[in-house]
Design a protein around this ligand. Sequence first.
Ligand code: FEO
Length: 397
Amino acid sequence: MAKKITDKVTWVGKVDWELKSFHGNELSTGHGSSYNSYLLRDGGKTVLIDTVWGPYDKEFVSRLKEEVDLSSIDFIVMNHNESDHSGALPELMREIPSTPIYCTKKGEAIIRGHYHQDWNFVNVKTGDKLELASGSLTFIEATMLHWPDTMFTYWSGDGGILFSNDGFGQHLASESLYDEDVDRDILFREAEKYYANILSTYSPMAARKVKEILGMNLPLRLICPSHGVIWKKEPSAIVEKYLLWSDSYKEDQVTIVYDTMWQSTRKMAQAIAEGLREASPSTTVKLMNASRDDKNDILTEVFHSRAVLVGSPTINFGVSYAISGILEMMHGMRLKGKKAAAFGSYGWSGEAVKMMSESLSGAGFEVVDEGLRLTWVPDGEALESCVEWGRQFAGKL
Ligand code: FEO
């Protein structure tokens, strides 16, 4: 059902309570999500901003028809054209095939690449405007937030609204649509998980873009992303978080990510944690089993940390399947300013620690220790060496 959010703007998106994973199975979405689409009506002109994911295309178009005569839509603005926002375009354009689609040049290429249609594209760039009766829509390219095509659209009416698409989004389903109506801890946790897993790779661009927008001194009553709730109560709070998250973010936390076959590497992880805590009581230490814990929650904890310790037994001259996957994902995040080291048990060849250290280094971590390897099942003396290694790692933080 459509929901009016200001005098001129109505939300016409889809709340997806059932969504459990996103980007195939790359990202877990434990609190569902939404695909936010907005209808702006001002002085006889109607603008649709973004659409929804393909599986909801018919529902989207039929609900949109209940809200507006489709033929009265003057412009469609596509801020970003990944399938979760552009998926309903073919269904919509079947009804209004000549309606102009405002998007970046790269946006047009992406839409053409996805849907292979010769629609009425209008390419826009930063600073271009669409004048309406009581205000203007200004386009602001936001390259790589999240794809090369991405732009934000700023509406100067209604006290100022930034339609930021993926930027400032969260995978969080809510019937209310507003930040003030959801659990604040869950909201910021989901926003951080979203940033860590989707946008951290592009932190330099995020930092530049947020500063650029702040420098414009635009009145900002609402930030309306295309996923999750609208920032109404605290638009500045999420902007401040983005400044923090995009600048080599770290809290006083060490995350120990490990995998284990017969509990030896797990015992090492626990003993290392003991040493760390003993030597640095103010540091939060978290242990996560890469085979059991959610991979995206692990990456969020890594993002949150000042250092990470990665442990795997040596398996068939290599690293465990789960740890290999986490290391690969960490590589893609392009994190900066974090320290790391590796550990693990082995029986005979014992390559895993060296391989993990090299992988961490390649992922941009500062590897501050050559790593800790133990054979077979650690006894009391071996575990004491793990405690001591944890103490020494704390000294290198
Ligand atoms: Fe929500 Fe990059 O799409």
